[in-house]
Design a binder for this molecule. Structure first.
Ligand code: ADP
Ligand code: MG
Length: 376
């Protein structure tokens, strides 16, 4: 189903409350047991089960009913939660064409009631849900375990915080407008990605603008980390807009020089290949001075140093797990045996945790109420 905010109208208040309940249950569960969804949503007269069916029909929830009666949010379900919030805040009312799809994001044009166009970026970290292929009953025992929900939310928060700080300090980036969960809304930059440009009128000027931008970022203690022809937009006046910030690194990072050089080299190589332009001068990391700090602005947006560390750790963990999974698909049989051995242990743990969760349910109920009120 297409990402369509009109479909939001078909969802009742109860459906929405149930969707929020599943989101909350996913803090501890890969698949949230129906009993827990009912407890958290606490709707009268079996209303939650009816809503679960509706949400499942609309593909907002995923159900792997073979062995275990649990549900989880689909990307679409999570998109709807975020969109509903953005729509109710008056940020946007229409979703238009998809203009980009990357490994880790989807990009749409959106508009508000005044037909003002903006860009919506939905983060999709961990899009390849390799874990669920094997385990249909994936209880997240280690709370640190990376869920795509959490990672995508951190990525959006990081991107919004950096975009806002850069924008406020006069960098050529889109205007950050709002964010919720894994989505950010920003102004639509005029122009096209550099990768689509065949010819420049002033390659030398654009080249030095780009190198100056790398140096200016470093003077604020930052390296873009993915400074390439896909993340640089250029308009008819050959002015640049820089986008895509979740991978930004600090100039105090252990491998800062490597990231810096990689960004510089990307531009040099691209200009030579595409425009036959050989830049004679380019910046060196050791010559850059860090004279400003954006720490205060970035943490003011809610993205703290601790979150940065957690984001780095989780992303790395995710990459490692993916690699491990890809390397180990040959010895699946052995793993299955191990899983069987652990079945009973898991049951005990689940029971204890379910009890605790039901005890905590009145707290959760209040939280759900607050979430629902926020978007009404
Ligand atoms: P990804 O993380 O998937 O690389 P990007 O933020 O780089 O996502 O966006 C992907 C593409 O979407 C870009 O190459 C560009 O074409 C388009 N895009 C993203 N943001 C904007 C924007 N603010 N204005 C115009 N186009 C944009
Ligand atoms: Mg990009």
């Amino acid at each position: 189903m297409k990402l369509d905010p009109k479909a939001l109208r078909y969802l009742s208040k109860d459906d929405f409350r149930t969707l929020v309940a599943v989101e909350m249950g996913m803090k501890n569960h890969e698949l949230v047991p129906v009993s827990l969804i009912c407890t958290i949503a606490s709707l009268k007269y079996g209303g939650t089960k009816k809503s679960i069916q509706t949400l499942h029909k609309f593909k907002l929830l995923f159900h792997d009913g073979r062995n275990y009666d649990g549900y989880k949010l689909t990307y679409l379900g999570y998109d709807f939660l975020a969109l509903k919030t953005l729509v109710s805040r008056g940020v946007c009312s229409y979703v238009g064409n998809q203009i980009g799809v990357g490994k880790e994001s989807d990009i749409y044009i959106v508009a508000n009631d005044d037909n003002h166009e903006m860009v919506l970026k939905l983060h999709r970290l961990g899009r390849v849900s390799f874990k669920t292929i094997k385990n249909n009953r994936d209880y997240l025992r280690h709370r640190k375990s990376a869920s795509w929900l959490y990672l995508s939310r951190l990525a959006a928060l990081k991107e919004f915080a950096y975009m806002k700080a850069l924008y406020e300090n006069g960098f050529p980036v889109p205007t950050p407008i709002d964010y919720n969960r894994h989505c950010i809304v920003m102004s639509r930059a005029r122009g096209y990605p550099l990768t689509q440009i065949v010819q420049l009128r002033h390659p030398s000027k654009v080249y030095s603008d780009l190198m100056n931008l790398i140096v200016k970022l470093a003077s604020y203690g930052l390296i873009h980390g993915d400074f390439n022809e896909f993340n640089i937009l250029i308009n008819d006046e050959e002015e640049i807009t820089l986008i895509d910030f979740p991978q930004m690194v600090s100039t105090s990072h252990l491998n800062a020089e490597m990231y810096f050089d990689r960004d510089v080299t990307c531009i040099r190589v691209f200009f030579e290949k595409r425009f036959d332009f050989i830049g004679e001068r380019w910046p060196k990391f050791k010559d850059c001075q860090n004279i400003h700090s954006l720490d205060v602005e970035i943490s003011a947006s809610g993205f703290t140093r601790d979150m940065e560390k957690e984001f780095q750790d989780l992303s790395k963990q995710q990459d490692d797990e993916e690699e491990e999974f890809n390397n180990s698909s040959d010895d699946d049989d052995d793993d299955d045996e191990e899983d069987d051995d652990n079945e009973n242990e898991d049951d005990d743990e689940n029971n204890v945790d379910n009890d605790n969760e039901i005890k905590n349910s009145s707290k959760q109920e209040k939280h759900v109420k607050k979430e629902v009120e926020k978007v009404e």
